[in-house]
Design a protein around this ligand. Structure first.
Ligand SMILES: [Zn+2]
Ligand SMILES: [Zn+2]
Length: 185
């Protein structure tokens, strides 16, 4: 059963690998203001990330599977946050990963960071993109598919420009399918 029928009472952000603790706390605070479930940073041991063969990137699906295999409380959703660049075999990279109706999500900050593109640091922009991407993946967890509306948060983003274009809100159609805990404030 997916999260749409479950009462989600808390969202836990789990840093995976080296990650600035202040940034993780900032994302938890921002996400708590956005969705109706409280969000906090948690500690936990995770298996070493698996690298994709011949690529200097972490296997997103292996990491997501490890997250989903963790025993968690029934009304809690787990979001793995990482600075590793993540990918799956058929894509050059992904910003995040979640299964429709799953119990966990994975988000990489690597390509959301302006520094990745040789631009000056912009912590506010990075945090906004990260919260948008986390919310998009939580939409998948709540069983929403990708949306054809390019200005909807559930549209597919294959570049950071598209992440910025799709913005921070769901279209009316997607919004109508969101569980109450994911309705943006
Ligand atoms: Zn997606
Ligand atoms: Zn939509």
């Amino acid at each position: 059963m997916g999260a749409e029928g479950v009462r989600v009472e808390e969202v836990h952000l789990l840093p995976l690998g080296p990650l600035d603790h202040g940034l993780a706390e900032e994302l938890a605070a921002r996400l708590s203001r956005r969705v109706s479930a409280p969000c906090r940073v948690v500690d936990g041991r995770m298996p070493e990330p698996v690298r994709l063969p011949e690529r200097d990137q972490v296997d997103a699906d292996a990491l997501l599977a490890a997250l989903e295999a963790r025993p968690t409380a029934k009304n809690m959703l787990l979001v793995g946050l990482t600075a590793y660049d993540i990918a799956v075999p058929i894509f050059t990279f992904v910003f995040g990963r979640a299964r429709q109706g799953g119990r966990a999500a994975l988000v990489s900050l690597a390509r959301l960071d302006p520094g990745f593109y040789g631009l000056p640091p912009d912590p506010g922009l990075l945090a906004r993109r990260a919260v948008d991407e986390i919310t998009h993946e939580l939409g998948h967890v709540a069983s929403l598919p990708h949306c054809p509306d390019a200005s909807c948060l559930m549209s597919f983003a294959g570049s950071v420009e598209r992440v910025d274009v799709r913005g921070s809100t769901f279209c009316g159609r997607c919004h109508d399918h969101l569980p109450r805990w994911l309705r943006l404030r």
